[in-house]
Structure formats: C-alpha cells, structure tokens
Design a protein around this ligand. Structure first.
Ligand SMILES: [Zn+2]
Length: 329
C-alpha cells in the first residue's frame, strides 16, 4: 500500500475517535441555529398533541409561554408562531387574521413580556383564516394577487405592533414583501424585519402541517402561487426579488428536497441570512422510518439537519429543535 496516497483517509483513519472526526468537521450545529415553530390556539390550559405531526401540539398562550421557557432552557431562543382558529371565525376576507388582539398578536406580547430576549417570528398568511383555505382573497375561483397584498400587510402590522421581531410572509403573492415593508415603515415599525418565504415550493411535504394549521384548501391546490418543484433558477430569482423588496432574511421551503436551491441562494447572496424550513413531511418521514426500524431517529435527524446547514442554511426552522439540541450534547 502506498501510504502517500492515503490523503483523505488521514481525516478518517482506522480507530479514529469522535474527537478526531470533530477536528475535521466542516459543518456545525448549535442551539442558536434553530427556529422552533408553534401552533397557537384560543383558550387556556390547552396542550393538544397533533396526531399527524408527532411531538407537536396545539397550545393556548399560557402553555405556549411554558413551552418556550422549556426551549429556552435548552438554548433555543427563536420561535415562529402560527395561529389556528375555529372554523366559525373563518371567512373569505380572513378578518380574524388582522384583528389587533388576534391569538397570534396576544401570543407575541405574552412571549415578549415573559422573555424579552426571545426572538419572535410570525407567519403572515391568511390560509388558516379564510373559509376557502387559500392564501389570499379570491376573485371568483381565482386568487386576486394585488387585492391580497393590503390584507397581508395589515396582518403583518398587527404582529409588529404586538412586538414581533420578524414577520414572515408565506403566501407567495408577488409584491408581498414590498407591500408589508411599506406598511410597516409607514407606521414607524422600521425595526421589524421581514423574513421572506422566498422560494416556497408546491410540495407534498406540507400534509401534516395543513392538518395542524387546519389550512388545507377547500378546492383546487396552491400550484398557481407556490413554485414548481422542477425550477431551481426561478427559486433563486424569487429570493433576489424578496431582497430587492426589502426582506432582511431569505428562506427556502421545504429543505431536504431543495438543497440545491439553498446552495444556489447562498452562493448568490452569501451576506444575507438564509433560513431553511424543515417541514412537517420531512420530520414525519424520518419519524416513520425510525419507527419502522430503518435507522435510529437521532442519527437520521442529525444527518438531515447537518445536510441542510452544509448546503448553505444559516438557520433551520424545525419542529425538532429541542430534541436536536439534546442529541448534540
Ligand atoms: Zn398560506
């Protein structure tokens, strides 16, 4: 054997220890990399585990405050809030989404009071508040892009007023970041940042989430506004547009099937913080695989999260943030 040829195996020699491998690791994960999503509902003392999204619950605001306290004890101090409302409160104009005392607005205020250091992101989309389950207002059976913009901007404003650090528009309406940025600035919320769901694909990986958020469309699908999974360049252009419109951070969603898009956005805008959404479907594929004995949950989860970070994500939005941090110890 010509030992001079063993160039790369010097990094992974026989009898290598974890310390040897750690020394050469190019990618790291830490609690500060994660953003933990929550689903908030009206009421008190509510903690309803979701049957299709293991490890995640519908939480009332009091229980949310407790859960965020637990996450913070592990070092996870960034959270993303989704509101979930009763069907009787939904209508075509999504009026519940823009109430100044909506469940999300009150949750933001409660979290900021309890933990001033927590970074709160809020999802800005109306699909959980419209009776038809689409992400904007309809004109007949078509989405009216431009008529949806003021509604999204108003929703973002209520979150900013409540104290959100970031608003995250996820409807994929053209011009949504610009509309929100303008409305926030007009009202003096110049420090509230926008995290664009810049490249959000029409993916099959959202199924458990739509159950959790009760936001499945009642007819049709979202292919007219979410992106075609076959398009990479378009995803990078969407990110460029969000940046131009005033987004401070960018995002690719889902993550695992779109690592090339993540890498492409990072290569084009290395200076801009980039988030990746590790979706409900990605989580549950791993959970089911682990339950079927295909692999260990811990190892598969960490490999998945390392891959997302390696591809270029600075931040990972994942339901498994707390467990991941515990596994990393
Ligand atoms: Zn939506």
């Amino acid at each position: 054997m010509d030992v001079s040829r063993l160039k790369f195996r010097r990094f992974r020699p026989d009898r290598a220890t974890d310390a040897d491998r750690n020394r050469h690791a190019e990618t790291s994960l830490a609690a500060g990399d994660f953003i933990l999503p929550f689903f908030v509902v009206e009421g008190t003392c509510i903690d309803h585990p979701l049957p299709t999204l293991q490890g995640v619950s519908h939480l009332s605001i009091d229980k949310l405050v407790e859960a965020v306290g637990t996450a913070r004890a592990e070092g996870v101090d960034k959270v993303l809030l989704f509101g979930v409302v009763e069907g009787s409160l939904k209508n075509p104009q999504a009026t519940e989404a823009t109430r100044t005392d909506s469940v999300v607005a009150r949750a933001v205020t409660a979290l900021k009071e309890a933990y001033p250091g927590v970074t709160v992101f809020t999802d800005v989309c109306v699909c959980a508040y419209t009776d038809h389950g689409h992400c904007g207002v309809l004109h007949g059976d078509q989405i009216d892009n431009d008529a949806s913009l003021p509604l999204l901007a108003e929703m973002a404003l209520t979150h900013a007023r409540a104290g959100a650090d970031f608003v995250a528009p996820s409807a994929m309406m053209d011009g949504q970041v610009a509309a929100i940025r303008a409305r926030l600035d007009e009202e003096g919320y110049t420090k509230t940042q926008v995290l664009g769901y810049s490249a959000k694909y029409a993916s099959k990986l959202y199924g458990p989430f739509r159950d959790a958020a009760a936001s499945a469309p009642s007819f049709g699908d979202r292919k007219s506004y979410l992106m075609d999974p076959r398009n990479r360049r378009e995803g990078i252009e969407e990110a460029a547009a969000d940046l131009e419109e005033g987004a401070a951070w960018l995002m690719v969603k889902p993550s695992t099937f779109y690592l090339d898009v993540l890498a492409g956005v990072k290569a084009r805008f290395p200076q801009v913080p980039l988030a990746a959404y590790h979706t409900s479907g990605e989580t549950m594929m791993l959970r089911h695989g682990a339950a079927a004995g295909l692999f260990a949950w811990k190892d598969a989860l960490l490999e998945n999260l390392y891959a997302i970070k390696r591809a270029g994500a600075d931040f990972i939005i994942t339901y498994n943030a707390v467990e991941a941090v515990q596994f990393l110890k």
